[in-house]
Design a protein around this ligand. Structure first.
Ligand code: GLC
Length: 570
């Protein structure tokens, strides 16, 4: 099938009505409504602005948008501190705007999932305000209170740069309340059936408005139990299984995607037996991609994928390189963490909690070849890839903005004032300044400029996403590593039905050569996918020889000779 934008839209719409496994072939794109496009000149992005950029996203070739929290909130944790689950933050528009956005996205064959913050609310949420009236208030038991701050002392502190305890003293109630994140984010009490029912109601509310699913925030922390780390408890799995069962009842093509930043064996549990989350972010893989690159050695990637490849058939990993948070290093060994920090975050300003607050391009020293290499890995390793807005342009960051805000600056649309993000006359109105560091300045790193340049990073991304879409092997296929003595090389096969794709990556900066035993494909032809270039026939009697220059990769489909294009020279 040849992918024109029209056929792509038709193809996606057709899938939308038929396919409950659509998420396995999808490319996800994470964005914040506030950071994307301002339509009202108030310096903040909004739903109408986002609608005006949907054609851009369709052109890029993504399939599903993941919206960061857009609910009313005092914004002390960028919206993860929700004060009303049933509405839209007034800065971003209205519920009507939201509905229009869903309609317009669906019209273009794009699906939409949204963050849902199950674990906690803002102190400003009415539920907590009522709870503060004391034990006689019915909402009191919606939160976790204690007279002692020593309870659940085995639970770690996640925002370790800021918080010193998971308990905060409430002077009105004269008790401590439990919070796994900022102290202004009290945890909901999931022991209370009313809380569980209410949050299921919230889920139904948004699904009924047409949302295609949820990126479920901070899932491991819903329940607490003395003597445990208060993470990944069976009751927490039980709750999400109930949500899933509810979705199986009337929302069968919607998905649940888990943010569970845990050790591999605990992370994989969130798939259940195919009856819990449809997708789980591949936190185990992400830091190991950066480690393999810095070591110029495939082993870290190969080991982890082998550990976590056995997941239920109706499930899928969500792979990513970067997101709106720090590049988290919580779930690697101390030595590995030190190694990655030394390689990728030389200055203290680049670090936060146990991670690195930088975008993809700056992490890779703005080296185009390495950016292509890692993006191609993202697009071809098992799982559905998630692109963080702006990384398709190679946007920079600003480590001088507080918290994780340095990676949340306005999307860079054009060389015009405010990066084309907003027409606010006074740039200081902008919720955050656009990037003006000369290496990443919006005057050159922006959509309009890059769309015009055929070989820009943006156009490279578009092309490579389109290649991925030509073969379902990327989304659905098996994964087999091909051994080679040369450990700088990562070579693997993705196979699905009668499709075979061979991917080879040189993780080192130097040119290198290697042999692969492809004898099982004797007499077939490798066809390099980016240029449709025919390579020499595979022979049974000798290994296949490749060379790759530093940080390059190639993808090949392996086909019968009559299906290969003609030889390009003779
Ligand atoms: C998740 C979010 C992060 C937020 C935290 C607390 O980890 O990704 O941005 O601060 O939850 O809600």
């Amino acid at each position: 099938m040849i992918y024109t934008p029209e056929s792509f839209i038709l193809f996606s719409m057709e899938k939308q009505s038929l396919d409950t496994l659509w998420f396995k072939d999808a490319v996800f794109y994470e964005l914040h409504v506030r950071t994307f496009k301002d339509s009202t000149e108030d310096g903040m992005g909004d739903f109408p602005g986002l609608i005006s950029k949907l054609d851009y996203l369709a052109r890029l070739g993504i399939d599903c948008i993941w919206l960061l929290p857009f609910f009313p909130s005092p914004l002390r944790d960028d919206g993860y501190d929700v004060s009303d689950f049933y509405n839209v933050h007034p800065d971003l528009g209205t519920l009507e705007d939201f509905k229009m956005f869903i309609k317009e996205a669906h019209k273009r064959g794009l699906r939409v999932i949204a963050d849902m913050v199950f674990n906690h609310v803002s102190v400003e949420h009415n539920w907590f305000q009522e709870a503060r009236q004391g034990p006689s208030n019915p909402k009191y038991n919606w939160f976790v209170w204690s007279q002692s701050s020593k309870k659940y002392s085995n639970a770690r502190i996640i925002f370790s740069d800021i918080e010193t305890s998971n308990w905060a003293w409430d002077p009105e109630v004269k008790a401590y309340y439990w919070h796994r994140f900022y102290n202004h984010q009290p945890d909901l009490n999931y022991e209370n059936p009313e809380v569980r029912e209410e949050m299921k109601k919230v889920v139904r509310f948004w699904l009924d408005l047409g949302l295609d699913g949820f990126r479920c925030d901070a899932v491991p922390y819903l329940f607490e139990k003395e003597g445990t780390k208060c993470e990944n408890l069976p009751e927490t799995h039980g709750f999400f299984k109930e949500v899933r069962a509810m979705m199986e009842q009337g929302y069968r093509d919607r998905i649940l995607l888990a943010e569970a930043n845990q050790w591999p064996t605990d992370t994989i549990e969130y798939f259940g037996d195919g009856d819990e989350f449809h997708m789980v972010f591949n936190f185990p893989l992400m830091p190991r991609i950066f480690m393999s690159l810095a070591r110029a050695n495939r082993q870290a990637i190969v080991d982890i994928i082998q550990q976590i490849s056995n997941i239920p058939k109706n499930c899928q990993w969500a792979t990513f390189l970067r997101n709106h948070d720090e590049l988290t290093l919580e779930m690697v060994t101390t030595e590995e963490r030190e190694f990655i920090l030394t390689e990728y975050a030389k200055h203290q300003k680049m670090r936060i909690n146990l991670g690195i607050r930088r975008r993809l391009a700056p992490l890779l020293d703005n080296d185009r070849l390495t950016m292509e290499l890692l993006t191609a890995l993202l697009l071809s390793l098992p799982g559905s890839p998630t692109i963080y807005y702006g990384d398709e342009l190679g946007m920079g960051d600003n480590t001088y903005l507080g918290d994780r805000n340095g990676v949340r600056t306005p999307m860079q649309w054009s060389p015009d004032a405010n990066a084309g993000f907003s027409e606010a006359v006074d740039p200081e109105y902008l919720y955050m300044p656009p990037v003006v560091n000369p290496s990443y300045h919006y005057e050159s790193i922006n959509v309009r400029t890059q769309e015009k340049m055929p070989y820009s990073f943006l156009n490279w991304n578009k092309k490579t996403i389109a290649i991925r879409k030509k073969s379902q092997a990327f989304g659905r296929g098996g994964f087999r590593v091909l051994g080679s003595e040369n450990e700088k090389i990562l070579a693997f096969l993705r196979e699905y039905k009668d499709e075979r794709v061979l991917c080879i990556f040189n993780l080192s900066r130097q040119p290198t050569f290697f042999h692969l035993d492809l004898s099982e494909f004797a007499n077939l032809i490798p066809v390099e996918m980016a240029n449709d270039t025919r390579f020499p026939r595979i022979k049974a009697e000798r290994p296949y020889f490749f060379t790759l220059t530093g940080h390059r990769f190639m993808w090949f489909k392996i086909v019968e000779p009559h299906l290969a294009p003609p030889k390009s020279f003779e």
